[in-house]
Ligand binder design. Structure first.
Ligand SMILES: CCCCC/C=C\C/C=C\C/C=C\C/C=C\C/C=C/C(=O)SCCNC(=O)CCNC(=O)[C@H](O)C(C)(C)COP(=O)(O)OP(=O)(O)OC[C@H]1O[C@@H](n2cnc3c(N)ncnc32)[C@H](O)[C@@H]1OP(=O)(O)O
Ligand SMILES: Cc1cc2nc3c(=O)[nH]c(=O)nc-3n(C[C@H](O)[C@H](O)[C@H](O)COP(=O)(O)OP(=O)(O)OC[C@H]3O[C@@H](n4cnc5c(N)ncnc54)[C@H](O)[C@@H]3O)c2cc1C
Length: 665
């Protein structure tokens, strides 16, 4: 097969230093070097092959995942990889499996909620994978409403143990990843009941589920997989599980006791910390999901951009070549805002990581003041970025026309793997309602002179923002960060204040929350979009080296903001932040920005530095050699192993003969 770069011409048009942009995308030169090395290590190892995933029956698929996870662990040990390198290796191995929950939830939960002694006991075992853990919170009948969980942990003072029990079918744990077939241990969320029969609400407990000798469930434990999920391959590599307890006894010291304790005498002692810290692992994971959203979105956009540059339709003159579909303004209008969103989510993810680190340090110093904001930001941004990413992967599939529907485009599996992110770690609507509560609380405290800080600081300028009108007079006026920021702040303020005013008409606030939920969600979305826009603008204040790199990012930042403005025109115009004329100027400016993105589009997706292995897409191949490879791939399908298909003699031949006989009669 010829070895040429079909996208070389596209790459030659780039007006910026791609190598420097790769470093901006990665976050630092060090991060770039680690990701680059780990992605190549995985790509060159045949055990991490994944092109056959959608064709394997579940049992084989799952066994193969176990093999890959074991191999990944072997390589981590052999190569003495650091924690950072190991997590990148697992990321590029790109197959959801139990290790995500072990490293991503079980270990962080023990770190966050265990006492020093508990950490000393459990963490070394977990770090060496001598035990494998999962996070068992959700139940068959209860997911979003964590306070409604039914599993009980009753203290028995006679034996100094907790008795873990599933009182109803609805209380069966249901969904935890890694639980179904692999985990030896789980962090189990259960209602704490002490001898006085008082219910102290949900707490976390470490429970051993399976024998470390023969992997059989321990007495009183019923455990299994919940069954096949959406799509082929995809998330079916994960053993999401079900779990029931029949009066299972665990020692008292297996309740995670950093936040609250039960003494030997059965006394409940609450440390001087907010009870919400028991939800801390969710805050941590939501923050990582935002960073992952930019990766998944970038992946889909990389495929759609490269293919749009390869694919040609219509426009041939005098027998010449047809037009590249990326040159159609409609294609640009659908694709470039997604490209801009990938960068926007990357930077807001970076900032959220900083916020999380900051709040963690404050918590250690017993400063809990920024916890509500950290909860609102992680919940809101998790919701916003995963919703957009899930929708955008589907849009990228459509941008690739018919070929996007082929498994080998990589998009159907990416979609199937990604969409549950809108549900896990908190249903996206439920999370936006949490943001709305935070906003309503902030607005209600304004009259008392309380100065909002952090991401709600803009609400401190409520009087100005309720009245301001954009000064834009011509299209280029939109290319000004303060002009853009002001309209996003004004829209978010006006939607929040309108909700607060409507809420005040209800005698009972909770009734108002139920009735106005749809408006509250819109106000929360406006607030979250403002955060993303403002963090993109803040990123541009940094010193960004490399020829043309900052200019490209500026263009993408305006594409991101002006496209949002266009999509939510109703909000911006109805709340009087901008006039219809200014909206139309924003649209003119957006079109002209697309022309600036166009020559750089392929280079901007090259800057993600994804290997062909990670992309696993024929349409998104680096060399753009799409048609020969599609043709080759078709012949690899098991259906093409024989010229005449199995079933011909049973079903096709008799049918044809019957039709022939009928025709003769
Ligand atoms: C082939 C291609 C491969 C591509 C791969 C691509 C991507 C993969 C990416 C990532 C993989 C990542 C992860 C692995 C996958 C899945 C793991 C999933 C795990 C789970 O889902 S675990 C279960 C998660 N469950 C939830 O999230 C439940 C949601 N519900 C809640 O959080 C709460 O119940 C609630 C909705 C927040 C309500 O809380 P509740 O206490 O009942 O009520 P309120 O009265 O509303 O709140 C009281 C008070 O507390 C504050 N609060 C609430 N939550 C928090 C918190 N987390 N932190 C701090 N504060 C919190 C709330 O604001 C209230 O405060 P007030 O001041 O108003 O009193
Ligand atoms: C792939 C996958 C992996 C998972 N992994 C884990 C895991 O490892 N560990 C674990 O413990 N859990 C896990 N979960 C469970 C997950 O956390 C829950 O599914 C999630 O929290 C949503 O809860 P739910 O299923 O109860 O949805 P529900 O709350 O029943 O939601 C159903 C519908 O009701 C709406 N709704 C619910 N409450 C409200 C409200 N107050 N106001 C308005 N609308 C509302 C929602 O928006 C949604 O449309 C996983 C789930 C999936 C899909």
């Amino acid at each position: 097969m010829e070895d040429v770069d079909h996208l070389a011409h596209e790459r030659s048009k780039a007006q910026f230093d791609v190598e420097e942009m790769k470093i901006v995308w990665a976050g630092s030169r060090h991060a770039f070097e680690v990701t680059d090395r780990m992605s190549r290590l995985v790509a060159s190892d045949p055990i991490f092959r994944k092109d056959n995933r959608t064709l394997l029956p579940r049992k084989e698929l799952f066994k193969n995942t176990l093999r890959k996870a074991a191999h990944a662990w072997k390589r981590i040990i052999e190569l003495r990889l650091t924690e950072e390198e190991a997590s990148k290796l697992r990321f590029f191995a790109d197959e959801p499996n139990f290790t995500e929950l072990h490293w991503g939830m079980f270990v962080p939960f023990i770190k966050g909620q265990g006492t020093d002694e508990q950490q000393k006991k459990w963490l070394p075992l977990a770090y060496k994978m001598q035990i494998i853990g999962c996070y068992a919170q959700t139940e068959l009948g209860h997911g979003s409403n964590v306070q409604g969980l039914e599993t009980t942990a009753t203290f028995d003072p006679l034996t100094d143990e907790f008795v873990i029990h599933s009182p109803t079918l609805a209380s069966s744990k249901w969904w935890p990843g890694g639980l179904g077939k692999v985990s030896t241990h789980a962090v189990v969320f259960a209602r704490l009941i002490i001898t006085d029969d008082r219910d102290y609400g949900v707490h976390g407990f470490i429970v051993q589920l399976r024998s470390l000798d023969d992997h059989l469930p321990l007495p009183g434990i019923t455990v299994g997989d919940i069954g096949n999920k959406f799509g082929s391959g995809a998330y079916n590599t994960m053993d999401n599980g079900l779990l029931r307890f029949d009066n299972v006894r665990i020692p008292r010291d297996q309740m995670l006791m950093r936040i609250s304790q039960v003494t030997r005498e059965g006394k409940y002692v609450q440390s001087n910390v907010p009870r919400q810290l028991v939800y801390g692992t969710m805050v941590y994971v939501r923050q990582t999901i935002v960073a992952d959203a930019s990766c998944a979105l970038a992946r889909a956009v990389c495929i759609a951009t490269r293919y749009s540059a390869v694919r040609r339709q219509f426009g041939s003159q005098n027998g010449g070549v047809e037009t590249q579909v990326i040159d159609y303004k409609t294609q640009q209008n659908r694709l470039f805002p997604l490209l801009a969103s990938a960068y926007a989510f990357r930077f807001v993810g970076e900032w959220l990581k900083w916020l999380y680190t900051d709040v963690t340090q404050r918590l250690q110093a017993k400063d809990f003041s920024t916890l509500p904001e950290a909860h609102a930001c992680t919940a809101g941004l998790k919701s916003l970025t995963t919703t957009v990413t899930a929708d955008s992967i589907e849009e990228c599939r459509k941008l690739c026309g018919g070929h996007g529907y082929l498994s080998c485009s990589g998009l159907p599996e990416l979609f199937a793997v990604y969409i549950p992110a809108c549900t896990y770690e908190g249903d996206n609507v439920v999370l936006l309602l949490q943001v709305a509560r935070f906003l309503m609380k902030t607005v209600s405290q304004l009259p008392s002179g309380m100065k909002p800080v952090g991401t709600t600081a803009y609400l401190g300028r409520v009087e100005d923002l309720m009245q301001c009108h954009s000064t834009v007079k011509k299209a280029e006026d939109w290319l000004n960060p303060s002009v853009v920021l002001e309209v996003f702040e004004a829209r978010a303020t006006r939607l929040s204040v309108a909700c607060a005013q409507n809420l005040s008409k209800f005698a009972k606030q909770e009734e108002g929350f139920l009735e106005l939920a749809a408006d509250l969600v819109e106000a929360a979305v406006a607030h979250c979009q403002l955060i993303v826009v403002s963090k993109f603008i803040e990123k541009l204040q940094e010193d960004i080296p490399g020829k043309g790199v900052k200019e490209q990012l500026q263009t993408l930042c305006y594409v991101y903001a002006l496209n949002l403005l266009h999509k939510h025109l109703g909000d911006f115009v109805a709340t009087g932040c901008i006039t219809p004329k200014q909206a139309s100027l924003a649209n003119d400016q957006l079109r002209s920005l697309y022309s600036q993105v166009r020559p750089n589009a392929v280079a901007l997706v090259d800057s993600f530095n994804y290997t062909d292995h990670y992309l696993s897409s024929i349409l998104g191949r680096y060399d753009g050699n799409v048609y020969p490879k599609l043709y080759e791939e078709a012949w690899k399908d098991p259906l093409n192993e024989s010229v005449v298909p199995d079933g011909y003699h049973e079903y096709i031949r008799p049918l044809l003969k019957q039709q022939l006989r009928n025709a003769r009669l």
